[in-house]
Design a protein around this ligand. Structure first.
Ligand code: ATP
Ligand code: MG
Length: 342
């Protein structure tokens, strides 16, 4: 009984039209977005940190290269978010842990502060603070897939401004509602951005760069990463669509609350479509990968970004999607209620 009636409710809401006055809320969503964007000054300070650390490290390892990745480089970072750096180095028989320890020594000699090598972490890193800029950062070693997926996200953000607006608000919602904590079984910021890209692909506001003729190619750990990266040529791609950020936000939560088929579907920005779990062989639990919400990584195709979600947290997530969808549909003041702390 209960199960059936629940399904009927879901089915009816599938075709629910968006509230007629949704665009009234666009200015307040846009001002939330503006308040979260880092300033030019902050971005300049991050670049300065990259330059000075590169100089110190290159003295010792001339063939290494330091990259910014993650939110400080993918255009989806909030002001004052952490800085992720990746050192690319030909390891010549040195283990990652050896490199991390040597790197900590090099940084010590370069007068950086609070240097902490964390060699037992799943991804070994060195933490440090730069007294000159006052910034703290983490440096990992040879995690080039993260550098490449950072570029992909940044390239998508160049095509249509609405991606950045939507993803900032979704991330802000996820942080406020505490569903952006991978160690607690909810989704990473990276996964939320991919979900936003996917929605805009379905609405033809964004193209599928990996299905276009490749202009950028790299191979990282046997993964072929190739896509069209001349995104300045695509700046009119989404111009046909008048969708505002509030309408897209409504569509995002409506999709994840009422339209997504959690038993069958995988979202894939690599193909710009929904593909089946069957095709990926993600229909059953293997080890710790439960596949209760399936989000394909664009380059590491065996990697489900939803694998951290378990049978308890999937319920929490879906209830939060429904809460958000209902607020956007009915609440008189959605741009406040949506972000009420959990
Ligand atoms: P935040 O503002 O929350 O710090 P972030 O963009 O730094 O957001 P994280 O989820 O902390 O996002 O991830 C940092 C970077 O690490 C991502 O941009 C991505 O390049 C990489 N990354 C994170 N999670 C994964 C994952 N599951 N698979 C592959 N790469 C990932
Ligand atoms: Mg981060």
């Amino acid at each position: 009984g209960h199960h059936v009636s629940n399904q009927r409710i879901r089915f009816q809401r599938r075709n629910r039209p968006c509230r007629y006055d949704i665009d009234r809320f666009t200015p307040s969503f846009l001002s939330i977005f503006e308040s979260l964007v880092p300033s030019e000054e902050e971005i300049a300070r991050q670049k300065q940190l990259l330059t000075s650390l590169s100089r110190i490290i290159n003295k010792e390892w001339p063939n290494s290269k330091l990259y910014l990745y993650g939110s400080c480089a993918n255009s989806f970072g909030f002001s004052n978010s952490d800085i992720d750096l990746c050192l690319s180095i030909d390891d010549k028989g040195m283990s990652k842990v050896d490199i991390i320890l040597k790197l900590a020594d090099i940084l010590q000699a370069g007068n950086l502060q609070n240097i902490q090598p964390l060699t037992r972490a799943r991804v070994p890193i060195v933490k440090l603070t730069d007294p000159e800029t006052g910034l703290s950062c983490d440096i990992c070693v040879n995690n080039l897939l993260a550098v490449v997926n950072t570029k992909l996200l940044r390239d998508y953000a160049q095509i249509d401004r609405r991606l950045q607006q939507l993803a900032f608000i979704v991330k802000h919602w996820a942080k406020s509602r505490r569903v952006n904590e991978t160690y607690q079984g909810t989704l990473s910021s990276y996964a939320y951005v991919i979900m936003c890209i996917h929605l805009l692909q379905l609405r033809r506001i964004l193209p599928c760069l990996q299905e276009m003729e490749a202009t950028y190619f790299v191979t990282v750990d046997e993964n072929n990463c190739a896509y069209f990266d001349q995104v300045d040529k695509l700046s009119n791609y989404g111009a046909h669509s008048r969708d505002t950020v509030s309408r897209l936000l409504w569509a995002f939560f409506h999709y994840w609350a009422y339209e997504h088929d959690y038993t069958r579907d995988v979202i894939s920005i690599r193909t710009g479509r929904i593909i089946s779990k069957e095709r990926k062989d993600w229909t059953r639990r293997v080890g710790n990968d439960r596949h209760l919400i399936c989000i394909e990584d664009p380059f590491e195709l065996s990697h489900d970004l939803g694998r951290v979600v378990d049978k308890f947290t999937i319920k929490i997530l879906r209830e939060e999607f429904e809460r958000a969808a209902n607020i956007l549909q009915f609440d008189p003041n959605p741009s406040a209620t949506l972000f009420e702390p959990y």
